[in-house]
Each structure stands twice: as C-alpha cells, then as structure tokens.
Design a protein around this ligand. Structure first.
Ligand SMILES: Cc1cc2nc3c(=O)[nH]c(=O)nc-3n(C[C@H](O)[C@H](O)[C@H](O)COP(=O)(O)OP(=O)(O)OC[C@H]3O[C@@H](n4cnc5c(N)ncnc54)[C@H](O)[C@@H]3O)c2cc1C
Length: 592
C-alpha cells in the first residue's frame, strides 16, 4: 500500500510560474498573501493529508459506513480525522471573513483541496459538498439564513449536502418532484432524493441539507424549482441543534468505489413533514444552483487530478521495487527500466502535470473575476471561467480514467489484487465522469451555452491567447517542434469551431454528436498550452541558474512527451467531428 506525499514543488511551480500567484494577490490588494505563505499552508496541509487522511483511505474502502438505528455511522477513524481537519481551520480557508472564513484566494484553496482529494477522496467529498452549500447560501440566502448557518458551516462544525437528484430526475432536473408547502415562517418538504453524498453521519452535531423542491403553484419545468435549507436538527432559540427534523437517510447505496463516502437515499417528510427554509426567491432554485456550479464542477475536475496523482505515485513506487528483468550476469532489475513501463509512467506524469496546470489556471480565473477592479475585466475573466469549467470537469475526469488504468497496468497482476491499493484508485476514479454532470452533459454545456450561444467568440479569445504561447515556442529553436505541434492542434481546434458554428444550425444532431470529441479536443489543446508554458518557464529558470536542474529538466521532458504523444489525439478528434452525425444517428432504435 503506497503512502501519499504532496508534490508541493509541482504545485508551487504552477502557482508561481503559470498562475503568477504573487501578482494575482497584489492586484487584488492582498499583499500580505504571497507565495511564501502559500508554501507554508501547502506544507502544513500536506502533513495532515499524508499522516492522517491518507492512511484512512483504505480503511474507508474496506469498512463501509453503516446505517443503524441512529442514522449513518461513518467509517471508524473518520470522525477523529474530521475533528483534526476542523481544528486546523482547513474548512474555512476561502470563505468570507464575516462568517469566520480566512478569505484566501480560491486558487490557493484549490491547491490545498488537491491534497485532501489525493489523500482520501471519499473523506474529502464531505468538505467539498459543504463548500458548495456554503457558496449557495452565501450568494443567495437571506441575512438571517446566512447568520444562522454559515458560521458553523464555515468552521466545519456542521457539514452541508446537495440534494438535487431524484429517481426520475438526474441529468434532467426539470423533472424534480419533491414538494414544498408553505407553513408559517417555513415550508414543509416531502419527497425522496437519491445518491446524496454524506447525507448523514455522526461526525458533526448537525447536517445542513440544500434541497431542490417545488412549491404547490410552481410552473412546470426548470422555472418552478426552489431551493431550501433543511437542517437535520432544528435549532433552538440559541441557534443550537435541538429537535430532530423529519429528514432521514433510509438506505445506503452499495457501489463501485468511494466506499468511505456514504451515498444516501434521503427521505423528507415521511411523518410530520421536514421543516425547510427558502433560499432567496421562489422558483429560482436551479439558477442558484448554477451559480455555484463552476466551483463544484471545477472541484470534481480537481478530484480527477488528485486521484491521478495518487495513482501515479503508487505506480512509480511499485515500478522501482518490482524486479522482473534479468541481466546477463543473472542479477535482476526493476521494471522501471523497461521502455514500455517508462511510457506508462511518463504518460501518467505528463497528464497529471497538464491537469494540475489547467485546474489551477481555471481556479485563478475565478479569483480574477472576483477581484477585478472594473466591469470589463470581471466580465472577461468570468467568461473564461465559464468556458474552462466544462473542460476542467470533463477532460480532467476522463483523463483520470486513463491514468488510473495505467497505474493498475504498471502493477501487472498485482494491480488487479485489492491489497495492493492501485485497484481502489481505479474504482474510486470511475464516479468522477458521472456525478456533478456527466461527461456528456459537460460537453453539451461547452458546445451549447459556452460556444454556440456567443457565436464562438469566447472560444476564439482563448484560441488567440494560446496562439501567443505557440508564437513564443516557435520563436525558440529548442521548442520549435513543440510550437509546430501546438499550432497544428490549434488549427484543428479552429476547424472544429468553424464546423460547429456552420453545421449546428442546420443539423439538430450535430452539436450532440460531436460534443464529447469537441470537449476532449480542447482539453488536449489546453493541456498543450499549459505544458508549452511550463517548458518555457522551466527553461528560463534553467538559463537563469534558478531552481533544481533535475526538477526543471523533468518539466522539459514531460512537456515534450505531451506534445509528441497526447497532443496528436486532437487530429482524431477533428476527424470524428468532421464526420458529423451521419453514422452516429444511422441506426434505428431497433437495430441496437
Ligand atoms: C456516488 C454518487 C454520488 C452522488 N452524489 C450526489 C449528491 O451529493 N447530490 C445529488 O444531488 N446527486 C448526486 N449524485 C447524482 C449524480 O449527480 C447523477 O447520477 C448524475 O448527474 C447523472 O444522473 P443520472 O444518474 O440520473 O443519469 P442519467 O441522467 O439517467 O444519464 C444516463 C446517461 O444518459 C446521458 N444523458 C442524460 N441526459 C442527456 C442529455 N440531455 N444529452 C446527452 N446525454 C444525456 C448521460 O450522459 C448518461 O450517459 C451522485 C451519484 C453517485 C453515483
């Protein structure tokens, strides 16, 4: 079983060289926050991750939460770990100071979140969901709701959940049926929600559910959905948990992975009706959920990076220990010497680096949009967040499937054996392309709302920015080949954009048929962009005699690998896109 060590040098390289963290903080007037502070925070988080959370990862995988008389009992050891997490102030890094938060930049919070997600994905889902719930209440709740719930959620004393999915309402939330009936100063909620992550546990003395439901007179479809706060325990006059609310976990799902995370069927209002409080205005619930989706979707994309990193670390460790080759003198050598094992490990490392770069660049765009001094800048960065979010969620989580697959492959037969631990990463990663909007839904979002709806202008702006990196690469003889490869990929991206704008209006199936190829294609292009910048920065540091040459030359090698082995995938994406919908839509339903 492998240990987890936070790759802090890689995280710092991205924060300092690709994101320019100091400039981001200075521009926002937060000079007291800088790379040095970030380094201290990451180092401390790394200790908690490695020493406390990572050892519990396999415990959660084998000793699943249980539903008993008093609700869900989480895996042994999780409550103590959560307590340490809360006492360290880790739940409150990014929320606003007025609710007890530390108001640190989102990009730093994201870099720290990678540590929790790599250490123990199942555990880390709980704070991830709490962050999402905090966001929703902070953005849309009344002052009273904020004052009542946010301080304890920000500190981590109470956790949060997101109750969207119902048996008949998954990707299509317009079909939500849960009811909310006005009853004095609150509403009574009745209905069933499924697949609710960390829907119940004993780690805290309250759980704050955010629930989508319909008022009796609500219009049909998405325009009739409202958002409610439904606490597990109702509060007394002093704001302390008192009477049990009529909101219960009635069963736990048995699933492929993330076993340490209880996935609950939640029943609201089986008896007297669950007391809920309206968030914001009636019938705007889905719009409210969408405002926190950039964070949540980027958060799940980050999980893709995190599990890929963990799988990579474990594969490297195994490849250095496993003796399989025999030299002429009869002595044996480790499998890491075989070129094909090198291929797999380098692909994992190169993918992980591109994923981290893109995840943190996108996270920093959320900060830049928030800190912008003028409306134009806020709009520009906001549009970039919108555009990058489905790519971060979709591409990173799809790549995580391949990286964790390779992690298992490097282990040979032992990869298939549970005790080794590699199989857990492979299983745990599988949910990432499904929840918080499937890959198909992310891809539709990218081609529809994020591209067609603005005539492709936001994508054209991104392409222009990537072109500047291409020019920088081409201007340097050492990187001319990488520049040419990225230019070729970018030309393919331009052709795909043109194809979409041209064909979508006339062919109803066009956008949906090409969307996943389109999303993956721009994932690889963004990956090539990130790795190109990474190579240029690493070489500049080498030229200046700064930093560790071994670390920096490895950056050059992984960038070259990405350019030679992953970027060419863009060509096959383009071929599929240009083939259009014909063969995809050819079969009648009875021919399947
Ligand atoms: C372990 C786990 C934890 C979860 N945690 C939570 C949680 O905390 N809170 C919560 O509310 N939900 C949660 N979910 C639910 C999750 O978000 C949904 O499962 C997911 O959004 C997909 O919905 P669905 O399962 O109904 O699939 P469906 O919507 O039935 O999709 C099935 C297939 O059809 C495709 N599809 C559907 N609609 C379209 C379309 N319009 N265009 C193209 N393709 C389409 C999908 O891409 C997919 O391939 C969780 C699920 C799991 C398994």
């Amino acid at each position: 079983m492998s240990e987890y060590k936070h790759p802090y040098r890689d995280a710092e390289f991205v924060l300092n060289e690709l994101v320019d963290f100091d400039a981001l903080c200075a521009d926002a007037g937060m000079e007291e926050i800088n790379a040095e502070l970030a380094s201290v925070i990451l180092t401390e988080a790394g200790k908690l991750g490695s020493d406390v959370l990572a050892p519990l990862n396999v415990v959660g995988d084998t000793q699943h939460p249980q539903l008993g008389e008093h609700g869900v009992q989480e895996t042994a050891g999780f409550a103590e770990a959560y307590q340490q997490f809360v006492e360290g102030g880790w739940n409150s890094l990014t929320p606003a100071e007025e609710f007890g938060g530390q108001n640190l930049p989102n990009v730093l919070g994201t870099a720290v979140n990678e540590i929790w997600q790599s250490s123990n994905l199942a555990f880390a889902l709980c704070p991830l969901l709490t962050q999402g719930a905090i966001e929703s209440i902070a953005h849309h709740g009344s002052d009273e709701l904020k004052q009542t719930y946010l301080p304890k959620m920000v500190s981590g004393e109470w956790t949060g959940t997101m109750n969207l999915t119902e048996p008949d309402a998954g990707s299509d939330l317009a079909a939500v049926k849960t009811k909310a009936v006005p009853n004095g100063d609150h509403y009574l909620i009745t209905g069933q929600k499924i697949f609710i992550t960390w829907g119940d546990h004993q780690m805290t003395d309250n759980v704050v559910h955010l629930v989508l439901a319909r008022l009796p007179d609500a219009p049909a479809g998405v325009k009739g959905i409202s958002l409610f706060v439904v606490p597990k325990f109702l509060l007394d006059e002093n704001g302390n948990p008192a009477a049990r609310n009529d909101a219960h976990c009635v069963s736990l799902e048995h699933k492929l992975g993330i076993h340490g995370s209880p996935t609950c069927v939640m029943s609201f209002g089986d008896n007297e009706g669950a007391v809920g409080y309206l968030v914001g205005e009636a019938n705007k619930g889905l719009a409210y959920m969408f405002t926190m989706m950039n964070h949540a979707r980027q958060g799940v994309g980050l999980q893709g990076l995190a599990i890929a990193e963990r799988s990579y670390q474990q594969a490297v460790e195994y490849a250095k220990e496993r003796l399989q080759g025999t030299k002429k003198d009869g002595s044996r050598f480790a499998i890491i010497k075989f070129p094909d094992v090198r291929r797999m490990l380098t692909q994992m490392k190169s993918s992980v680096e591109a994923m981290r770069g893109l995840a943190l660049i996108a996270a920093a765009e959320i900060d830049r949009a928030g800190y912008a001094q003028d409306e134009a800048a806020a709009k520009k960065h906001g549009q970039r967040v919108e555009l990058l979010t489905p790519i971060v969620k979709g591409w990173l989580t799809e790549l995580a499937q391949e990286v964790t697959y390779l992690g298992t492959q490097v282990h040979g037969g032992m990869g298939f054996i549970e005790e080794t631990g590699s199989a857990q990463h492979y299983r745990d990663a599988r949910i990432l392309t499904i929840y918080e909007g499937t890959t198909g839904i992310q891809a539709l979002d990218l081609v529809g709302r994020k591209t067609l709806m603005n005539g492709g202008t936001h994508l054209a702006e991104l392409i222009a920015e990537i072109e500047a990196t291409v020019n920088d690469l081409e201007a340097n003889e050492q990187f001319a080949a990488q520049g040419a490869a990225l230019r070729e990929a970018l030309e393919a991206g331009k052709a795909a954009r043109e194809w979409l704008l041209e064909n979508a209006p006339d062919d109803a199936a066009a956008a949906g048929s090409i969307s996943v190829n389109f999303m993956m294609m721009f994932g690889y292009i963004c990956g090539g962009w990130v790795m190109g910048q990474s190579a240029l920065k690493a070489q500049a540091s080498l030229d200046a005699g700064n930093g560790d040459p071994e670390f920096l030359t490895a950056k050059l090698a992984t960038a070259q690998f990405f350019s030679e082995h992953l970027l060419p995938r863009v060509k096959s994406n383009l071929a599929s896109i240009q083939a259009g919908s014909a063969s995809i839509m050819a079969l009648g339903e009875d021919q399947f």
